[in-house]
Design a protein around this ligand. Sequence first.
Ligand code: TXA
Ligand code: MG
Length: 350
Amino acid sequence: METKIVRITDADDPAIIEMGEIIRSGGLVSFPTETVYGLGANALDSGAAAKIFAAKGRPADNPLIVHLCSISQLETVALDIPDKAYVLFESFAPGPLTVILKKRPELPDTVTAGLDTVAVRIPSHPVARSLINAAGVPIAAPSANLSGRPSPTRAEHVIRDMNGKIDAIIDGGACSVGVESTIVELTSGTVNILRPGGITKSDISNLFGSVSVDRHVYEMVADCEHPKSPGMKYKHYSPEADVVVVEGDTKSSADTIRWLLAKEKQKGVMCGVMAYDGCTFDSEAVLYVGENNKTYASRLFDSLLSFDKLGIKKVFAQFCRDDDYGLAVSNRLFKAAGGNIIHSDGGDIK
Ligand code: TXA
Ligand code: MG
């Protein structure tokens, strides 16, 4: 299949009409959102949703997020919507938030992987919103990467994974948040974060007081377990390189990385929160991802994918848990590393 690649940065670009038509008629279009690029299909068309699973190599039991334009559309896909869901959407939508709701029976099981719930998100990216409007249907969209790979934050990442497999890719530039939406589950009565993202735990605590974070955000899922979000059990965010997370304060983690580079003569350092004088590494590939976890999040996947492009085989990713945004960064890094973490101030290396 030939994949049409179109540059659209303006929500009013007439080219969006054709992209919407492709979605409505059962095709696949990758599009930018404020978090990561999505791989969109008509959420009301079971056959179209099935094509997403095929293009990504995604296990059929991992459900998709349904994207809408406004709060008033929630009832087109969900039932018995709790007040707290409205409070969440009124506070953070449009934006990087996904809420798990009870699904309407009309929504195909392919989209929800047979669950009786549906994940719903109202993105803020103008091109994403314009595409949903042009399609005239809710858009089911996972991240537009091959299953298991880092999520794409630029069109070039999507092109690498999806060219020739889908109908079209909208190049709308780099995504600003850089990690996927915060997923919140309310179905058990409590407010529970299943995936941390751009809306932080304290953003949500400010609304409700008590908010829990699912333990699988921090822990790997054992083979016998059934996590609340099916995606949690699959390998995630993995670049070609082996990733080792080096956690600790700025200095001790940097010292540990330097020691590792010297000892193992391996290449690649991804540095976050590194802004202190004289911090240098003896490595051919060093990517500085910024001065706080928000900038780290926005460059994280792009940096991992850049190391792939450079042919780097091992990446030491520094991580400093300095703020509320750190949860989203550590969750992605720890999964990318498959749980391979060195606590630089905890004596893991001798
Ligand atoms: O920012 C985002 O959320 C991006 C953009 C494209 O919107 N989308 C995204 O989709 O990250 P995906 O498929 O890569 O991740 C969706 C996650 C998966 O882990 C899936 O298991 C979970 O959401 N999920 C979907 N429906 C669910 C449900 N009904 N209950 C629990 N988890 C669900
Ligand atoms: Mg994904």
